[in-house]
Design a protein around this ligand. Structure first.
Ligand SMILES: Nc1ncnc2c1ncn2[C@@H]1O[C@H](COP(=O)(O)OP(=O)(O)OP(=O)(O)O)[C@@H](O)[C@H]1O
Ligand SMILES: [Mg+2]
Length: 239
């Protein structure tokens, strides 16, 4: 359970988030809204890239904003980025290991087991020893997902993970996202412009508009909401 209270962020004259208050409790929660609505800014507040002018975020009883970014990562906060992060001249396994090295985990055996499990989950076990540079766009995206799944994640933040992928690749990504809670026990916050992706994976969905909460609720209801259709062009395609 995550309680976001009165979170505000300004960039000069732009109110990227404006007194956002919302509680999230489902295992996969969607975050949608038009370009510039404040979705990425919200994830940046979670991870510590952006310090809000005011407000608090309590995640499973822990005051997230009271922790420094690396403490949040150790606590179990993970994220993917809108821009790609794979390191070309590290092997696939080392790309995952680099994430784990920044956290303190008990033993080397535990580390290797977690790397193996994450790579198997995203179906990259057979490429573990290849260089990052050898991966195609889809594999790179899945490797980034694997990086978020090591070190006992509690919350995984995904910013448009399906952007630029082909239909069958998005389907595979969708299946993976649906398995994260069961396999890794983490709650997922998913930003995506692909409404079908949101509909297929997110139990509930938050709609942001101009930095404010437009509406929150079960995804099926949200996607039928007239206010959402009005704010979020293109949503009419989904029935
Ligand atoms: N570092 C920054 N400096 C100045 N303005 C920023 C910065 N980051 C975001 N903004 C502004 O804050 C607002 C919210 O941006 P944000 O990136 O959170 O939107 P978004 O919902 O993720 O949009 P998109 O769907 O295009 O990714 C926008 O007006 C954006 O231009
Ligand atoms: Mg964004």
């Amino acid at each position: 359970m995550i309680a976001i209270r009165d979170v505000s962020v300004s960039f000069g004259g732009v109110r990227a988030l404006n007194n956002l208050t919302v509680s999230l409790s489902d295992t996969v929660v969607g975050i949608i809204g038009p370009n510039g609505a404040g979705k990425t800014t919200l994830l940046n507040v979670f991870s510590g890239f952006v310090a809000p002018a005011s407000g608090s975020i309590k995640a499973f009883g822990t005051d997230l904003l009271a922790m420094r970014p690396h403490q949040r990562a150790r606590w179990g906060l993970r994220r993917s980025f809108q821009t790609e992060q794979v390191v070309d001249d590290l092997t696939v396994a080392d790309n995952v290991r680099a994430m784990l090295d920044s956290l303190s985990l008990p033993s080397r055996a535990d580390k290797e087991a977690q790397i193996g499990k994450a790579l198997a989950f995203v179906r990259l076990s057979d490429k573990a020893d290849e260089m990052g540079a050898a991966l195609n766009t889809f594999e790179r995206r899945m490797l980034e997902l694997a990086r978020t799944l090591v070190g006992s994640p509690k919350i995984v933040l995904l910013d448009e993970p399906g952007a630029g992928l082909r239909e069958e690749e998005v389907a595979a990504l969708r299946e993976a996202i649906l398995g994260i809670d069961e396999q890794f026990g983490a709650m997922i916050l998913l930003i995506d412009h692909d409404v079908e992706m949101i509909a297929a994976t997110c139990v509930s969905t938050v709609v942001l508009d101009f930095g404010q909460l437009l509406v929150v609720g079960p995804t099926a209801d949200i996607l039928k909401d007239d206010r959402v259709k009005a704010a979020y062009l293109g949503i009419e395609e989904v029935e």
